[in-house]
Design a protein around this ligand. Structure first.
Ligand code: ZN
Length: 509
């Protein structure tokens, strides 16, 4: 593994750094009232400035501040925090804007100070500020990256913060790469290189005969990509297992559609642009694994499979009405070839399901995907988590949601219903399941919930309900609305959501 993979590294800074120790070249203060009880000199300066220009409390502002780090003081206001409907994103966004202002001023080694709040909504204000600052500081892999070290006052778990940023960097690289830079073989190579020699083992399945035999639904999606070697599918397996007793086991499936033309149900009218980001689920799973490789936490094992496919169009493309028997043995009739992500995930989940009986703990399954336009229509920039019955009985979705809320990666909790299963039920004796209807998910009721009903059936997880011999909790995460910054839905930077939430959930912090 590359020694310093992330160009952005956090460093714990002490009080003296504010006044020039450590060579920092800007002080970025994320605050709501700028009370700063530990820094009376600073508070006096800020109060004086706000007295002259009240706009300072509303937008990021740079003040000349001789005697402070680099002579630059950037005030990054969160705004008032008492409104009932606000959340910790106030801190993430203020830190992002403040960091942007510092960089615009020429800072290369900024120092971050975050004013705390007693309100429990903001208990992870510092973590959220790091996520926001890290988002701004991210540099794509295809530009010459400048390594940066950011000082953070009061940062306690430096190792965890850096492991997380490394994971988020990998996730953003993989999600952000263009359709050629991160076509399936290139995506797999990037993972193989990153994890080589690390605590995460990596295996790449590239043999066409094996993929067609073991991942028939995924192969259906990939069919039109064969013949162009650099677009052919891959499955990447990543495994992290800590030494000693294992207390928590996860099985993760990531959708990595490296470009989605829609296939024979071609995306038209300009709807194809931005579809290189349809690999955000696989990218986030890889990002979590990268954080684990770095941190090497005790007591956990995580097995991940990434289904990497380009949904191309061509004379070999699958068409609606085809029936393909998946890895689980279920016969799937294709409804719409643009509903390809669920086909990829179904086979991957089916493989993960087979691992469950031999595991020491009851594992939790998750699928991560930029799956539907419907989730964007339903929830805007929020992610959705949908639970199966076993996960719901344990409260898994609610727990994930609570953590996501604290870490500025908010999820909405959606419930799976009987109508979702009816939606994908067989229409003729020739199939067991219908993959989708023939419209775009965005125009279909329950368009982000019912795909999970399909995944449960097509992956064979219907055999693992509450009353079964081996109930398996399963969460489906649809991140189509959150994988890319919403400032620019087509070309915004990838966000690496929900790597921070998953790491916190896995490690119980
Ligand atoms: Zn699609």
């Amino acid at each position: 593994m590359t020694e310093v993979f992330s160009p952005v590294m956090w460093q714990r800074a002490e009080r003296d750094s504010v006044f020039g120790e450590g060579g920092f070249d800007a002080l970025v203060v994320v605050g709501h009232q700028f009370e700063l009880p530990d820094f009376p000199e600073l508070k006096q300066l800020v109060s004086h400035a706000i007295g002259i220009d009240s706009g300072i409390a509303r937008q990021p502002t740079l003040l000349l501040a001789p005697g402070l780090a680099g002579g630059r003081l950037v005030l990054a206001p969160t705004g008032a925090l008492d409104d009932d409907y606000l959340d910790v994103r106030q801190f993430a966004e203020a830190a992002q804007a403040g960091m942007a202002r510092a960089l615009a001023a020429g800072a290369k080694h900024p120092l971050l100070l975050v004013e705390r709040s007693d309100d429990s909504r903001y208990s992870e204000a510092l973590s959220a500020a790091l996520l926001g600052a890290g988002q701004q500081l991210y540099q794509p892999f295809d530009v010459k990256r400048q390594p940066m070290t950011i000082g953070v006052l009061g940062l306690e778990n430096v190792a965890r913060a850096n492991a997380l940023e490394i994971g988020r960097t990998l996730a953003r690289d993989l999600c952000g790469g263009d359709p050629e830079q991160m076509a399936p073989p290139a995506f797999a190579d990037y993972c193989a290189e990153h994890f080589a020699g690390s605590a995460v083992s990596v295996e790449v399945i590239s043999d066409r005969a094996i993929i067609e035999r073991d991942y028939p639904l995924l192969s259906g999606v990939a069919r039109a990509s064969y013949g162009v070697a650099r677009h052919e599918p891959r499955v990447v397996r990543l495994v992290y297992r800590s030494s000693g007793a294992i207390h928590k086991s996860w099985l993760l499936a990531g959708k990595g559609v490296t470009f989605d033309t829609g296939g024979a149900d071609l995306k038209i009218g300009g709807a194809m642009a931005g579809m290189s980001r349809d690999k955000g689920g696989a990218a986030a799973v890889a990002g979590l694994m990268a954080a684990l490789a770095q941190l090497q936490p005790k007591g956990v094992e995580v097995i991940a499979e990434l289904g990497l496919v380009r949904n191309s169009i061509g004379r070999e493309a699958i068409v609606p009405d085809e029936i393909i028997t998946g890895h689980s043995g279920k016969r799937v009739r294709i409804g719409n070839t643009d509903a390809e992500g669920r086909l990829v995930l179904a086979d991957v989940l089916s493989h993960l399901r087979e691992l469950a009986p031999a595991m020491a703990n009851q594992p939790t399954l998750m699928s991560l995907a930029t799956l539907t336009g419907h989730v964007v229509r339903s929830y805007g920039p929020y992610s959705a988590v949908v639970e199966n019955s076993v996960a719901r009985a344990r409260g898994d979705g609610g727990q994930l949601q609570a953590i996501s809320e604290q870490l500025a990666e908010p999820f909405e909790l959606s419930r799976l219903r009987r109508e979702d299963f009816a939606q994908v039920a067989a229409r003729t004796p020739s199939e067991d399941l219908l993959s989708s209807n023939n419209g775009a998910s965005v125009n279909i009721s329950r368009g982000h919930q019912f795909p999970m009903a399909f995944l449960i059936g097509a992956a064979g997880l219907d055999q693992h309900q509450l009353g079964s011999d081996l109930p398996l909790p399963y969460l489906h995460l649809d991140i189509a609305g959150s994988a890319v910054e919403k400032r620019d839905p087509l070309y915004g930077m990838p966000t690496a959501v929900p790597v921070a939430t998953l790491l916190a959930l896995l490690l119980d912090y």
